[in-house]
Write a protein that binds this ligand. Structure first.
Ligand code: CA
Length: 233
């Protein structure tokens, strides 16, 4: 299972940057640019955590926070406020309104991620398992280490993200295009054959000797992490 994070932020660049980093971290992302869109979206997106900008066109962050806290189905969703420097008063008001935490812009991504993980560990511990395991293969999302049969495997950053993404949903088949979007990002132009090259490198790194291959090539479609690998390993 993957946690869904809803970004409510009207600055498009910041929203995109957050989306990119959260997706790279393995979160599902829903983004709204106005308070009214966010109010609409929250029902469908069912976020596990909300990043809420304070200064929004239309419904303000503080009003949204108050509404969500008052409704039973949204009352317990952790909310991190994104505030501008100098909005001390709003921060205090925000915490009074029920936000769980806040960061001051410009904030560092590692710090924000640490706060997100801390809140999710409290609210939804099942969503933040840091170790993915399948058969004799183990991937630690905190230290970014990969082991097979207890032995460290060194992967390049792209191979790591590729493996992490595939391991999250064993059996699910991804097209090359989906993998490009998820692993390389939607704003990067890379040829689809690049995916094949990196899958090749990933296989070479994780499969030694007669080890079974956990990556399945689905002809005419793309790749999947083999769901049978759990029992094969
Ligand atoms: Ca804003």
């Amino acid at each position: 299972m993957t946690a869904t994070i809803m970004i409510v932020e009207d600055e498009a660049d910041l929203s995109l940057m957050l989306r990119y980093n959260l997706e790279a971290e393995g979160f599902r992302v829903a983004a709204a640019a106005t308070g009214d869109d966010a109010a609409e979206m929250v029902r469908d997106a069912q976020p596990d955590l909300i990043l809420l900008d304070w200064m929004l066109p239309g419904l303000s962050g503080i009003e949204l926070c108050r509404r969500w806290r008052a409704r039973q189905e949204t009352a317990s969703i952790p909310i991190i406020m994104l505030t501008a420097r100098g909005e001390e008063e709003e921060r205090v008001r925000g915490l009074e309104t029920g936000a769980d935490d806040y960061v001051v812009k410009p904030f560092s991504i590692p710090e924000l991620l640490a706060r997100i993980h801390a809140l999710l560990r409290r609210s939804s511990p099942q969503l933040v398992t840091s170790i993915l395991k399948a058969g004799d293969l183990e991937l630690d999302r905190t230290s970014h280490r990969v082991r097979r049969s207890g032995r460290d495997i060194h992967l390049g950053p792209t191979e790591y993200r590729l493996l992490e993404y595939l391991m999250r949903s064993p059996g699910r088949v991804y097209s090359r295009e989906q993998l490009l979007d998820a692993v390389w990002g939607t704003d990067v132009y890379v040829d689809e054959r690049t995916v094949d090259v990196h899958v090749g490198r990933l296989r070479k790194a994780i499969n030694r000797g007669r080890n079974p291959d956990p990556i399945r090539t689905v002809r005419g479609t793309g790749y999947a992490f083999d769901e049978r690998f759990q029992v094969m390993g």
